[in-house]
Design a binder for this molecule. Sequence first.
Ligand code: DHB
Ligand code: FE
Length: 280
Amino acid sequence: MATITASVYTSHVPAIGAALDLGKTNEPYWQPVFAGYEPSKKWFAENTPDVIFLVYNDHATAFSLDLIPTFAIGTGPEYPPADEGWGARPVPVVQGHPELAAHIAQSVIQDDFDLTIVNRMDVDHGLTVPLSLLCGQPQAWPCRVIPFAVNVVQYPVPSGRRCFNLGRAIRKAVESFDQPLKVQIWGTGGMSHQLQGPRAGLINREWDNAFLDRLIADPEGLASMPHIEYVREAGSEGIELVMWLIARGAMSDRPPHVVHRFYHVPASNTAVGHLILENR
Ligand code: DHB
Ligand code: FE
């Protein structure tokens, strides 16, 4: 059977992708950000899974106000990097895993979660920046990726509780797939940031670090946090953090092994947070 071996949590700031693509990783502003991911790259190279189930949000790239799926699973064979207004990032096309994705869709929908099935879409920085941070700049991504897009852009957005329970349903689905695949689940976005309005630039270090503490040790309690607290404490885009609860819900109920934890301000307008948890 397939197993979930580990989960990875990381911010997905688009400027990180631009810094990589433009060769700026050693500039004084960016060096501390990329230094924080060096242990992660090493860990990932030694623990490359067969498939990454990658939870992210589409930033009005593949979807728009015309069509707003709350949860969308990529069941297609491949996903090109999106042109977000300045040309597509020079990164490989993502290879999907249609068989596992279809199995997860079947299982999770039968468990009463409504998923939108997506066979063709372009993937934006929400998905490609995390891959770049852990895999570097390869000719081809080193494993298959199942994109899983969550609406955290247009209200109403799903609650932390629903995301956490969805993670549990994804775990059950993966563990009932009849092939010995190693699967990692990644949650992306966050941490505190607000990109517009009078509070643009908001960062809340204390709250972010308490969120990381609770994500490790008390995910179920954390899942009951209401939207208003994310928005008030972590800014309007801090709501992206509900996606981390999908990845955490997919982990074993036993306490995880903390492989790596990193927090850094600033990176563009965002506090960068990053965590790697392994199932014991
Ligand atoms: C920034 C961060 C994001 O998560 C995003 O989607 C867009 C921009 C930023 O910090 O600039
Ligand atoms: Fe974002």
